[in-house]
Design a protein around this ligand. Structure first.
Ligand code: GLU
Length: 493
């Protein structure tokens, strides 16, 4: 298909939600798959609820996910004149009319119909009114004149369900096109904008299904060609309820802050309701290559945080450590806690990346390396019965560290050379152990406790490299001092 054009049209009344991001992604990859264009439109006509900060967040979050508009971003608030000219046309052609009914009167009608067990709809009081100039000075809205011929219906094809949806016109109210304050409603502005931008396919949440017939009526009344429509089902939480803040993070920026990678989120979101065989790991390029609407699921998708974490670990694991350092720094507010972009940090990051599900977790695991002081927590230390031999070992180990060739500790940010350095440290260390008749198994825990204060740590060789001689020696001395201090209280020592 040629000249495909899609759009994402968020209202800036909140941060970009995970559901919105998925809708944007569907539109983006559908356009790209077909060699078409994707555009972003900010639907900010709800002046009270729209906020600049949300608009910025939406644009930033989409950019972070690599969902970029192919054209200048449209803002509806800049287009009021355009909407005005189309309203005039509809009024002139008798397809829209002024309505002067007060809120109280409408409320009364509504309550009466509800009491009669009928669908509350506008009574059509002003449909045939020909208001004079004086009346037009009083508050009013403008309504669409729905075709009320007895058998009139509005039909459209939904590309996800792959079926025609037909709605009797009598089910549809004479809906408002322009509010009392002169601002167009969503249903009106969306049609003008989609038509004038040449949108060929609208992919959006199925909470908009009931708006589609109204919009089709407007396309017809204005003599525009209607686009195709694809309504995607909702995202639900594990409890089957619509995904909301109760289920944890729901905004894209929150996921970013929590240490998720954009590739993981894109991969996760696309699989949330679309599939390509059994493929779980899909890059943006692959998604674009394979995407089609017919493989979008008809049923609601259930959000599964475990799976998102699994994908995130996969992407973290496959990243260059220098890039990971940059990504961690991007989400670190406090400038003091920023990581150095150097080979030492990269060595530790590289050794920890396969054990971290998020960047935040990875950053926490780096604490022992970043911080100067090591805490010897009683709940960890009390598990061990240290003895005199441990002090003997630490003394020799310190000498071993001091004896390492300075050349091993490369300074340049070269991962290939790092591998060589780590290999040399490993060989030297194994030689040292075997000469002394010790084994790694026996001594590894003591070293971890000395270097990290924890029973688990990155591999010892990487730590030796990253800390460097001076910091290693300092930690060994500190730990020896600690062991000597507990010796006084421990008779078995
Ligand atoms: N501004 C609407 C929303 O955020 C857009 C709906 C549509 O895609 O037509 O829900």
């Amino acid at each position: 298909m040629n000249n495909i054009k899609t759009r994402f049209a968020p209202s800036p009344t909140g941060y970009l939600h995970i559901g919105g991001a998925r809708t944007a992604l569907f539109n983006y990859v559908y356009a790209k798959h077909n060699g078409g264009k994707f555009v972003l439109r900010i639907e900010d006509t709800d002046l009270e609820r729209s906020e600049k900060i949300f608009e910025e967040d939406i644009i930033e979050s989409l950019k972070w996910l690599s969902i970029i508009s192919d054209e200048e971003i449209i803002r509806q608030s800049n287009r009021l004149e355009i909407y005005g000219s189309y309203i005039d046309k509809l009024l002139k052609e008798g397809k829209a009319y002024y309505c002067f009914c007060s809120k109280e009167l409408l409320e009364e009608d509504r309550n009466r119909l509800i009491a009669e067990n009928k669908k509350p709809m506008y009574a059509g009081r002003c449909r045939e009114l020909k208001p004079g100039e004086e009346l037009l000075k009083t508050p009013h809205v403008i309504r669409f004149k729905v075709n009320r011929d007895s058998s009139a219906s509005t039909v459209f094809k939904d590309l996800i369900r792959n079926q025609l949806i037909s709605v009797d016109n009598k089910e549809i109210d004479d809906f408002v096109l322009v509010r009392e304050d002169g601002i167009p409603t969503y249903n009106f502005a969306v049609v003008i904008d989609d038509a004038l931008s040449g949108i060929t396919c609208v992919i959006r949440g199925d909470d908009h299904v009931s708006n589609t017939p109204k919009q089709i009526m407007l396309y017809n009344a204005l003599g525009f060609n209607a686009p195709e429509f694809a309504h995607v089902s909702m995202i639900l939480g594990q409890d089957g309820k619509r995904l909301s803040k109760r289920h944890g993070a729901t905004s894209v920026n929150q996921y970013k802050k929590e240490g998720f990678l954009p590739e993981a989120l894109v991969n996760y979101l696309i699989r949330l309701g679309w599939s390509h065989g059994n493929d779980e790991i899909l890059s943006m390029e692959e998604i674009i290559k394979y995407f089609d609407l017919k493989n979008i699921s008809k049923s609601a998708a259930i959000f599964n945080t475990e799976k998102l974490l699994w994908l995130n670990s996969h992407y973290i694991k496959s990243k260059d450590p220098f890039i990971l350092i940059g990504l961690i720094n991007d989400i670190t507010d406090d400038s003091q806690s920023r990581l150095n972009v150097d080979i030492k940090t990269a060595a530790i990051v590289d050794s920890l990346k396969s054990r971290s599900k998020t960047l935040v977790e990875l950053r926490q695991k780096l604490d022992f390396f970043v911080n100067e002081t090591i805490e010897y927590k009683p709940q960890v230390m009390n598990e061990f019965n240290f003895n005199e031999n441990d002090l003997v070992f630490l003394k020799s180990f310190k000498e071993f560290i001091l004896g390492l060739d300075d050349k091993i500790f490369i300074k340049e940010n070269a991962l290939e050379s790092l591998k060589v350095s780590i290999e040399s440290i490993k060989n030297e260390f194994n030689d040292f152990l075997s000469k002394k008749g010790w084994t790694m198994k026996e001594k590894a825990m003591l070293i971890r406790l000395a270097f990290a204060g924890e029973k688990v740590s990155p591999p010892i060789y990487e730590i030796i490299f990253a800390l460097g001689k001076e910091r290693c020696v300092k930690r060994i001395e500190l730990f020896s001092g600690y062991l000597s201090s507990i010796k006084i209280y421990n008779s078995k020592f």
